[in-house]
Design a protein around this ligand. Structure first.
Ligand SMILES: *Cc1c(COP(=O)(O)O)cnc(C)c1O
Length: 345
């Protein structure tokens, strides 16, 4: 049976080029700053997102948490969109590690309103926590890979700075956003103080994320990485794959987006499930299944299609480099069969 894994783009395997580069990578002790491959990756990564400097970390979660630790003091408040990854999926790290409290704001498909952000920043008052940071997410995961329109992005980042706070961009899939908008990633990160992105998702590297920002700030973020236990030694072995991810794997994301649109179009008129093809901005398709999402996923798994359980009502399908056009068509047929079966059951 064909297996099509649409749970996430994190399931991608390193390419043959990555494996070769990893085998021959020049390495040194990165805690001493002496791994030439890590240094090359950090330099390229910083330039691609238009920042002065960058630091390589084991995961996106650690990079986000290191960013919050570096931007805030204990007892501060940070503003997040209420469906943000940093709020839902990072195991309470904001409270546990940085000791900040969170003001979640409702967005529309992950995108915030500048007036709402300004209104949520606390005025100076002895009773109030200090608002120091706003975390934004692009593409937005729980919103189904939604992309921030550039004019809205500029308006919100300007409003945050006018209110005296910093902006951290959780750009785990920033290159998907950039490819969808047809602009360099540096444009989508313009106006934020720091940005995190993952090498290990659609770009296909086995491990690793980047945190970028001003040079002096990144120096402090290195200390946060150290305290979190994320400073690695001969990390050039994995950084070598990250370099290939940035050099060779960005432009092809357009193919994943095309596959997601193809999948959504094929599922648009099925009984019992709702799909909105007009909301497929990048490499994700959300299926609204009614209260049957868990059963829907297991029925799909029995047909060789692995889908992501989002919540009781929603299933997430993610396209990536290890999913071909034939796989997409196979998955669409399997989903249609399951939808019809559940309808007649
Ligand atoms: C995957 C993801 C992360 C975390 O990355 P990990 O490497 O899995 O820790 C953070 N933010 C968003 C939006 C993500 O999709």
């Amino acid at each position: 049976m064909r297996i099509v894994d649409l749970r996430s783009d994190t399931v991608t395997s390193p390419t043959a080029d990555m494996r070769r580069a990893m085998a021959v990578a020049e390495v040194g002790d990165d805690v001493y700053g002496e791994d030439p491959t890590v240094n090359a990756l950090e330099e390229l990564a910083a330039s691609m997102v238009g920042k002065e400097a960058a630091v390589f970390l084991p995961s996106g979660t650690m990079a986000n948490q290191a960013a919050v630790l570096t931007h805030t003091a204990r007892g501060d408040e940070i503003i997040v969109e209420h469906d943000a990854h940093i709020y839902w999926y990072e195991a309470g790290g904001l409270a546990l590690l940085a000791g900040v409290q969170v003001w979640p704001l409702a967005g529309r498909r992950g995108v915030l309103d500048p007036q709402a952000v300004t209104a949520a920043v606390r005025p100076a008052n002895i009773h109030f926590p200090r608002t120091s940071l706003v975390c934004l997410e692009n593409t937005h995961n729980r919103a189904g890979g939604a992309v921030w329109p550039l004019d809205r992005w500029d308006a919100v980042t300007a409003a945050v700075h006018a209110a005296g706070c910093a902006v951290h961009l959780d750009g785990a899939r920033i290159f998907n956003a950039a490819v969808a908008l047809g602009v360099p990633a540096a444009r989508t990160a313009a106006g934020c103080d720091s940005v995190m992105f993952c090498l290990s998702k659609g770009l296909g590297a086995p491990v690793g994320s980047i945190l970028a920002g001003p040079r002096e700030w990144v120096q402090r973020a290195r200390r946060a990485r150290k305290v979190l236990g994320g400073a690695m030694r001969q990390a050039g072995v994995i950084a070598a794959a990250g370099l290939i991810a940035l050099r060779d794997m960005v432009d092809r994301l357009a193919e994943d987006h095309e596959h997601a649109r193809r999948l959504a179009a094929a599922l648009a008129d099925l009984p019992g499930i709702a799909v909105r093809p007009e909301e497929v901005d990048t490499n994700m398709v959300m299926l609204e299944t009614g209260p049957a999402a868990a059963g829907f996923c297991s029925a799909l798994a029995a047909r060789g299609v692995k889908a992501g359980f989002m919540d009781a009502h929603r299933v997430r399908l993610v396209t990536h480099k290890d999913v071909s056009r034939e796989d997409v068509d196979y998955a669409a047929a399997a989903i249609a069969a399951v939808a019809r079966e559940s309808r007649s059951a």
